[in-house]
Design a protein around this ligand. Structure first.
Ligand code: ZN
Length: 238
């Protein structure tokens, strides 16, 4: 681990990690908001529209086409940052990971307390009866009829547990994240430009001494940080 970061980590036992897309880009998952990311590619509608609740309701088949091609990722593996965070939790030094990512890679690396602010592509539920389905079910629906995944039990639409534009964050998840950050003695913010609210506002709950920011570009939190590392997070944490 980066030496100055290691020194700080050694000092604390209630570390919380708050992460964004930059944590997953090193696993090959495109960053939504980076210059060459999803938001600058060309589609029939802007991605913010296609990933909105209104679009899901009114253009359901198109929503799932887009969702399948752009949000479901194949074969991505946890990277050095994911693995280090899981190890820190196991060592009793890290109490929680709060993430804006929806790929489940923290859990795949072994992290257990993970607050997924924007949900997860790995969880899907029937909007009528609540039956849960794996991501494969959403994928397999691509070749069937209009491509909209429908519950095998009741015929209701199976919706990913991903927070769409216009939708609020899950309250229990948000509360858990706030509690973790408030109780943290050290906060590491990594791989996020802190541009997306309300998620980015969560770091205001931090009351501890040392805030560390690891991001390729400057963030609004840099001025409050004890340590700022402008570089790839996998490198800083490996
Ligand atoms: Zn159902």
């Amino acid at each position: 681990m980066e030496q100055r970061l290691q020194k700080l980590v050694d000092r604390y036992s209630r570390i919380v990690f708050f992460g964004g897309a930059g944590v997953s880009t090193e696993s090959g998952i495109p960053d939504f908001r980076s210059v060459d990311g999803l938001y600058h590619q060309k589609f029939k509608y802007p991605p913010e529209v296609m990933l909105s609740h209104t679009f899901y309701e009114t253009h359901t088949a198109e929503f799932f086409d887009f969702y399948r091609s752009k949000l479901i990722v194949h074969g991505a593996q946890p990277n050095a940052a994911h693995r280090r965070l899981a190890a820190l939790e196991q060592q009793g030094k890290l109490t929680a990971v709060v993430t804006q990512n929806i790929d489940g890679l923290h859990q795949a690396a072994g992290s257990r307390r993970v607050y997924e602010l924007h949900g997860s592509t790995l969880r899907n539920h029937c909007t009528r009866c609540g039956k849960s389905y794996p991501v494969q079910f959403i994928e397999d629906a691509a070749g069937v009829g209009d491509g909209v995944p429908r519950c095998t039990a009741c015929g209701g639409i199976v919706k990913p547990d991903v927070v769409l534009y216009e939708e609020g964050l899950d309250e229990a998840t948000l509360e858990g994240a706030v509690r973790a950050i408030r109780g943290a003695d050290m906060l590491i913010v990594g791989g996020t430009s802190l541009a997306v609210y309300p998620a980015a506002g969560l770091i205001r709950y931090f009351r501890g001494d040392d805030l560390v920011v690891i991001n390729k570009d400057p963030t609004p939190a840099d001025s409050m940080a004890t340590l700022v590392i402008h570089g790839p997070i996998g490198e800083a944490m490996a």
